[in-house]
Write a protein that binds this ligand. Structure first.
Ligand code: ADP
Ligand code: MN
Ligand code: MN
Ligand code: MN
Ligand code: MN
Length: 365
């Protein structure tokens, strides 16, 4: 086995001794998870509860130091965690839980990085249209030194071609991480629907969905949290950066597949085409919402090459992976289904993405 000498790495198997300790009955460990001020990083901290929460609202509101998460000034630093979605904890198992939270200031207003609140309001207004989403989350695995996992140090692997959905030791790097994450998501209750190796070696994808309304953002954020945690076990690093390597290497996106009830019904292609017409008039508004830096991250990725559209022009087409919006071939044939918005960056906030899609196509804003 290849030796990897990694600063700070511990033998993860030692923890098993302690995982099998019995907890005093009735006590539950609950890991509170939230999104930090970068609108990209996830944070979490744990507390003991003396009951087993059955839903997020059973978990008490909690607080933390927002001045250490790029979210508030040190002089007025307390921020509030409002539990919104409860999952099983695949690391601690048993009755232990993960609870996703959104973040509020002392005056009960959402912090700037809380994109969930307005997303939830939009989803509530659009609920009769039953918006469904499925996000394809691409990401890259890095070694502790920040270089792609498995790539020759001070060099490059062979050119892209054999890696997408690749099989074999010289084609994929880190499959055990991917496999562990998939299991952890299923156990936790995340609606993960698939995974595959991507075009750039050590780049992977998992899909979450279809999820209705606000649950798309909730489930994807928890899936990202789980991926970072699982990767700790393997001493590797996960990045959601949309262009890890410049040059002839694919970037990473978060294609957002989207449908309403009207699109899913017989003849729904007409509703899909209407939605595309509306989307075509709002290119820059969408680009601003499709990465956490107002479009700057996507400037590195949406180059009109490497299976992407260009950032400043809108296009749509059947089976076209170089378009902003792709209508999958089978959707065109069935004349119903969904559309794929290929523009969201891998590090997008899914609350922002799903919110603007519904604002544009359902609420006509
Ligand atoms: P691609 O061919 O672009 O790689 P994937 O198979 O990776 O597509 O992902 C397709 C995604 O579309 C999945 O996340 C799936 O849940 C989602 N999806 C399927 N049907 C619908 C639908 N009717 N509405 C929204 N999303 C859907
Ligand atoms: Mn302290
Ligand atoms: Mn895919
Ligand atoms: Mn992909
Ligand atoms: Mn896709």
């Amino acid at each position: 086995m290849a030796e990897r000498t990694i600063p700070g790495a511990t033998d993860k198997s030692v923890l098993h001794k302690f995982e099998s300790l019995e907890l005093p009955s009735g006590l539950t460990q609950v890991e509170y998870i939230w999104i930090d001020g970068t609108d990209e990083g996830v944070r979490s901290k744990c507390r003991t509860l003396d009951f087993v929460p059955k839903k997020a609202a059973d978990c008490p509101i909690w607080n933390y130091d927002g001045s250490s998460t790029y979210q508030s000034e040190g002089s007025n630093s307390d921020l509030y965690l409002y539990p919104v979605a409860l999952f099983k904890d695949p690391f601690r198992r048993g009755n232990n839980k993960l609870v996703l939270c959104d973040v509020y200031k002392y005056n009960k207003l959402p912090v700037e990085s809380n994109k969930r609140k307005s997303c939830a309001e939009v989803m509530e207004k659009a609920k009769d249209d039953h918006p469904w989403f499925g996000i394809e989350q691409e990401y890259s695995l890095l070694d502790y030194d920040g270089y792609p996992l498995g790539w020759p140090k001070n060099g490059y692997p062979g050119p892209q071609g054999p890696y997408y959905c690749g099989v074999g030791t010289n084609k994929v790097y880190g499959r055990d991480v991917v496999e562990a994450h998939y299991r952890a998501c299923l156990y936790a209750g995340v609606n993960i629907s698939g995974c595959n190796a991507e075009v750039m070696p050590s780049q992977w994808e998992f899909q979450v969905g279809p999820c209705e309304g606000i649950s798309m953002g909730d489930e994807l954020w928890v899936a990202r949290y789980l991926l970072h945690r699982v990767a700790e076990e393997f001493n590797v690093v996960v990045t959601f950066d949309p262009k890890v390597m410049t040059g002839n290497w694919n970037g990473a996106g978060a294609h957002c597949n989207y449908s309403t009830e009207a699109m899913r019904k017989d003849g729904g292609l007409e509703a899909i085409e209407k939605a595309i017409e509306k989307l075509s008039k709002k290119q820059m508004e969408h680009i601003r919402a499709y990465d956490p830096n107002g479009g700057k991250d996507n400037m590195r990725r949406l180059l009109g090459s490497h299976e992407t559209s260009s950032i400043d022009s809108f296009s749509a087409g059947v089976a076209n992976r170089g378009a902003s919006i792709r209508i999958p071939r089978h959707v065109a044939e069935d004349k119903k289904g969904y559309l794929e918005d290929r523009r969201p960056s891998s590090n997008c906030d899914p609350y922002s993405v799903t919110e603007i899609i519904v604002r544009t196509t359902v609420l006509d804003e």
